[in-house]
Design a protein around this ligand. Structure first.
Ligand code: ADP
Ligand code: MG
Length: 365
């Protein structure tokens, strides 16, 4: 059993924050894992994470620490999930996509284009003993409806659970991609579909959860065995509270829905971390679409990383504190990732143990 990897990331001060508070920040770095945080009443808190990325941290450092180990495992059929959490404007999308996934400075490229390249690099270096294929899906959860960003006519995708494959999005578009350029082109079209909604739906990008799903099939040529790893990237909707945004009407409804799904995410994390040993604890995965989709990720069958994105400004101290506390709670979730494989093929081909990772649907490794 391992814990989730939890990191905090502070973006540089925005020009508005500089205008309001000059260069003042509410954090003091102690080391790469620990910092002091001062709230609006000047009370100090010490936080420790697996890694803290301060304002000068590079996108590449975030990728190397947080995402690369998960990418390598996904190619070996171990599920992985990477989540960005935080208030609107805290740097979730910047961390996930960078300024653009197609054209931007190498230095500024976000996790998504790096993950795509990492996946294809891993496949290339696995040599000719295995045949890999990658499929992509991209959905958005808006007002508790799952919309297919590759096919906007599918605007209410249902979530199903299969014994061998876990949580599935029924009928979601899956695009087969054979190289990074093709994958990035597809992702960019999905992102554009999200952006179209942005004007219609009042900043949809911060009012919806965006979920990128990479399904990596691995066929071992020698014995025809088929294994599948699912890598899910989640750019969550903003976690700010309704009262602070002064929302009304439709925006208020959106904010309430977001708050509900994020609070269900918090409840799921609480239930996963507060259970007493030996006692079966009810985990409320079904209380929101987000937690249902993330059930395999949070419930244990995944390597999961959470990036808690924060502003370093005293003007956002309350929201940053809430984000950091959310991350601290998640730290206590224990994960036990397992290799998934196609049951029919595995049943025929049982082999000797070669990995300490528990096999989910049959006992071949
Ligand atoms: P969110 O997705 O959390 O709402 P964004 O990622 O859109 O927030 O970031 C808000 C603004 O801050 C954007 O203009 C973005 O370019 C900038 N920003 C965020 N993080 C960083 C960073 N690490 N370095 C430089 N600029 C950043
Ligand atoms: Mg965003």
């Amino acid at each position: 059993m391992s814990s989730m990897t939890i990191c905090a990331r502070f973006r540089p001060l925005s020009s508005k924050e500089r205008r309001d508070h000059g260069d003042t920040v509410c954090i003091r770095c102690i080391d790469a894992e620990t910092f002091l945080f001062k709230d609006e009443k000047d009370e100090e808190f010490t936080f420790s994470f697996d890694k803290v990325f301060y304002e000068k941290s590079e996108q590449a450092q975030v990728y190397e620490f947080l995402a690369w180990p998960i990418v390598k495992d996904a190619v070996d059929a171990i599920n992985g999930t990477i989540i960005t959490y935080g208030q609107t404007g805290a740097g979730k999308t910047y961390s996930m996509e960078g300024p653009s996934i197609l054209v931007c400075d190498e230095q500024k490229r976000g996790l998504l284009p790096r993950v795509v390249e990492g996946l294809f690099d891993c496949i290339k270096s696995s040599g000719g003993t295995m045949k890999h294929s990658i499929k992509l899906s991209m959905v958005e959860i808006y007002m508790e409806k799952v919309r297919d960003l590759f096919d906007l006519s599918k605007d209410n995708i249902q979530i199903k659970e299969s014994k061998s494959q876990g949580i599935l999005l029924n009928g979601v578009t899956e695009i087969s991609v054979s190289d990074p350029a093709e994958a990035l082109q597809s992702l960019s079209s999905g992102i554009a579909n999200r952006a179209v909604g942005e004007t219609q739906m009042n900043m949809a990008s911060s009012r919806s959860h965006c979920i990128y799903i990479f399904t990596v099939h691995q066929e071992v040529k020698r014995d025809d065995r088929l294994k599948t790893g699912k890598l899910i990237l989640v750019d969550l909707a903003g976690s700010e509270k309704v009262e602070k945004t002064g929302a009304e009407g439709k925006v208020l409804e959106e904010a309430k829905t977001i708050n509900k799904s994020l609070s269900v995410l918090g409840n799921v994390i609480n239930a996963l971390t507060c259970g007493s040993p030996g006692k079966v604890n009810h985990i409320p995965f079904r209380d929101s679409k987000l937690t249902r989709i993330l059930q395999d990720s949070l419930g244990g069958n995944s390597r999961t990383a959470l990036l808690c994105c924060c502003s370093p400004s005293p003007s956002n101290a309350l929201e940053s504190l809430s984000t950091l506390r959310f991350g601290m709670r998640a730290k206590h979730i224990k994960m036990s990732p397992r290799v998934k494989c196609n049951e029919d093929k595995c049943a025929k081909k049982q082999g000797p143990a070669s990995s300490p990772i528990k096999h989910e649907s049959c006992d071949i490794i």
